[in-house]
Design a protein around this ligand. Structure first.
Ligand code: SAM
Length: 212
């Protein structure tokens, strides 16, 4: 995602430690204690401007959510949402998904959401796709046994690649929609990208896959 650089973003993220976890590695193995109420922890990798994760947190108060985003100029918009909404069961991390095992212990996370991940269409960039096998291995390490990834995208190439990558990794493909907005799936919460692309007429693909 290309965004305008916001030189003030870093200071703003530091000013709200109640929403933005400043040293996530210090919570490794101890994430249950940072939330007001214990419960399953769901993370969104590449959370962008945060609409999905904050709406999910409002809709599911017994689940704790963490939005992870590498770009500070983007996640600062998610922070504004949290300040406005003041929902207790959500935190943000300005971090790289490649480092997830330094932030979370084994079995600490109950579900991973990937929404409209960067497609990296060139073959030479395959390793950067968030559904490449090294990322799957990282998610598997931090997820509970039989943990799930829920994935949405408008990009047919990335979707097909990801289904292949999940099945090569011997994951169970539990649910697949090739046209989410014209399916019987209920309770969909749109992300910012989802709204943008579906307004342009793009089809939205979605799947739920599980580690065996
Ligand atoms: N999920 C949001 C949505 O659907 O509106 C944002 C989608 S945007 C295309 C992908 C986001 O993933 C970008 O904001 C990007 O900075 C973030 N991202 C890409 N690689 C990442 C990584 N390794 N760790 C954390 N965030 C990452």
């Amino acid at each position: 995602m290309r965004v305008r650089h916001k030189p003030w973003a870093k200071d703003k993220l530091s000013a709200y430690p109640q929403y933005v976890v400043q040293t996530p590695e210090e919570n490794r193995g101890n994430w249950q204690n940072i939330f007001e109420q214990k419960g399953p922890i769901h993370i969104e990798v590449g959370t962008g401007k945060g609409r999905f994760i904050s709406e999910m947190a409002k809709a599911n108060p017994s689940i704790n959510y963490i939005g992870i985003e590498i770009q500070e100029s983007v996640i600062v918009t998610a922070l504004d949402r949290l300040i406005d909404a003041d929902v207790p069961n959500i935190r943000l991390m300005n971090s790289n998904a490649a480092d997830l095992t330094t932030f979370f212990a084994e079995n600490e996370i109950d579900r991973v959401y990937l929404n409209f991940s960067d497609p990296w269409p060139k073959t030479r960039h395959e390793k950067r796709r968030l559904t490449y096998k090294t990322f799957l291995n990282t998610y598997e390490k931090i997820l509970v046994k039989n943990g799930e990834i829920h994935f949405k995208t408008d990009n047919q190439g990335l979707f097909e690649y990801s289904l292949w990558s999940f099945s090569q990794y011997n994951m169970l493909l539990k649910y697949i929609s090739l046209d989410l907005h014209n399916s019987d799936y209920e309770g969909n919460i749109e992300t910012e990208y989802e709204e943008k692309f579906s307004n342009k007429g793009s089809r939205i693909y979605r799947c739920e896959v599980q580690f065996k």
